[in-house]
Design a binder for this molecule. Sequence first.
Ligand code: SF4
Length: 265
Amino acid sequence: MGANSSIEWTEATWNPLTGCTKISPGCKHCYAERLAHRLQAMGRSNYVNGFKLTLHEEALSLPLHWRKPRTIFVNSMSDLFHEDVPVEFIYRVFDVMQRASWHRFQVLTKRSGRLLELSPHLPWKSHIWMGVSVENQKYTFRIDHLRKTEARIKFLSLEPLLGPLCRLNLEKIDWVIVGGESGFGARPMNRSWVTDIHDQCQKAGVPFFFKQWGGVNKKATGRKLEGQMWNEMPLGKQIQDGNSGSLEPSPTEQPTFFEFQSSTS
Ligand code: SF4
C-alpha cells in the first residue's frame, strides 16, 4: 500500500483506502479506476474489491514505520473525503499524519464540502498539505471551500484541465499545479488556458507547477511551457524535473521541499 511514485509532484503513495465513485467530469478517465481493475486482475490482495471503496486498517500505520522522510501522496487510489468514509477513519488517517511529522503529506480531494465541514476537527500541521482538484470553471467553488479551511498549506490541482479558468481567486493559495489529461481518450487542453493560469499565478505571486500537456502519448508532448519547465514549489522551493533528491527532516514544521505522478481525486 505504500510505494514509490512516478507522479511528478510526489515521492511515495499511501493508500489506507482504495476505490471511489465519480463525482464530476474530471473523473471520467480516472487513473485510479483503471489501475485498480488492473491490480484486481493481477490478484493483488488490496484490490479484491476492484474500485469499490474499501478501507485498509492494516495500512493505516505504514508512514510511522518509514523512517526516511518522504513526500507522500495520501490516497492516490481514492478520495479521503468520500461520503462513505467514516469520519472516525478520516480522523485516524490525520492522526497518523500528525504523528509522522518527519514526512510531508499531500491530501487531494474533490469532496471539498466535506473537507470544509470536518476541517475544524482536523489536526492541521504545516507538514500536511491540503489540495482540491478543479477541472473547469463550474467547480471553482472547491477553491472557496479550501480557502476557508484551517489547512496551513493549500494547493490546487487543475488537472485534468478541461476548460479555461478565468479570474481565479488565488488568495490564501500556496501552490498551483496544472496538467492535461493523458492516456486513451484524453480530452485536449488548450494552450491559452495554461498560459492564462500561469499569468494569474505570476501576478498573484503563487508558485506554479506545470505537470504535463498530456494526450495519448504524454512523453511525446512533454511538460515544457514557453520553452521551459515550471517546477515551482511553495515557499520558493523548486525541484528538478524527474529527480527529487532526498528529503531531510526539517527542524521546524515548515515544508522545505516537495516533488511531484499521475494524480487522482
Ligand atoms: S479517485 Fe478522484 S478522479 Fe477517481 S473517481 Fe474518485 S474523485 Fe474521481
